[in-house]
Design a protein around this ligand. Structure first.
Ligand code: KIV
Length: 267
């Protein structure tokens, strides 16, 4: 007996939310425990982001994470999620090696992780790849605006203000078959205009309140990130402090002989 088919949000249902005027929520997850907790909240989409390179692996950019590592983590997330649409980032440079290789790489993601869609950085320049993936039955989210995988070309993580280029990027991504466009770090008015122009949903991060939905990196949202946190993040918890306080209390209890107490011991 195989496991029951998941009742997850489908790509068409996700897209229909735009027409229905319902705001879409997306959060990142990189492991089973977090994915399961987030899924239980009813967020519509869970993204296994290549931000994993920074927040899980401790690198300073998203460039080092490999396809195998993304698949390893996405498989844990895919096993946990029963409701949300699950999307996996194509890590650098897995979508830049020609469209056949891109289909092979994205195909591995879908085959090996039970996730439903991929996200790739690019718009107009990735139109051919988006088209090839879509023809192969692989749903694609295009990531426009600030593209963190281009950090060296851009010279840092900066707000992207080239209005015409942005419009072209997002429109061509949609025309090529992308079912959603993620907009990162662009002026709110650009994002509002794009959202009105496109028929597919836009999901913003640092792109203002005019998008069809919003995404945050979960570690940032939970107040777990040490060091620099971008201005567009709103921390909804201070888990860094909570975790440290719990670990300090454990340390003190062990040192003073309070743990384990009678309740934590076997007779
Ligand atoms: O990798 C990631 O977490 C992202 C963010 C923009 C959500 O792509």
């Amino acid at each position: 007996m195989t496991e029951p088919a998941p009742q997850r949000l489908t790509v068409p249902q996700f897209m229909a939310m735009k027409k229905a005027g319902r705001k879409i929520t997306m959060l990142t997850a990189y492991d089973y425990t977090m994915a399961r907790l987030l899924d239980e909240t009813g967020v519509e989409a869970i993204l296994v982001g290549d931000s994993m390179s920074m927040v899980v692996q401790g690198h300073s950019t998203t460039l080092p994470v490999t396809l195998d590592e993304m698949i390893y983590h996405a498989e844990m997330v895919g096993r946990a999620v029963t409701r949300a649409l699950t999307i996996v980032d194509m890590p650098f440079p897995s979508n830049h090696l020609g469209r056949y290789k891109a289909v092979e790489n994205a195909g591995r993601i879908l085959k090996e992780t039970r996730c439903q869609a991929v996200k790739l950085e690019g718009g107009a320049d990735q139109a051919e790849v988006i088209g090839a993936l879509t023809s192969a039955g692989i749903p694609v989210v295009a990531h426009c605006g600030l593209r963190p995988q281009n950090v060296h070309l851009l010279g840092g993580y900066k707000v992207q203000r080239d209005h015409d280029r942005l419009l072209r990027e997002a429109r061509e991504a949609e025309q090529a078959g992308a079912f959603c466009v993620l907009l990162e770090c662009i002026p709110a008015e650009f994002a509002r205009e794009l959202t009105a122009t496109l028929s597919v949903p836009t999901i913003g991060i640092g792109a203002g309140d005019g998008c069809d939905g919003q995404v945050l990196v979960t570690n940032d949202m939970l107040g777990l990130t040490s060091g620099y946190v971008p201005r567009f993040v709103k921390p909804y918890a201070d888990l860094k402090t909570t975790i440290k306080q719990a670990a300090e209390a454990f340390r003190d209890d062990v040192r003073s002989g309070k743990f384990p107490g009678p309740d934590q011991q076997f007779k």
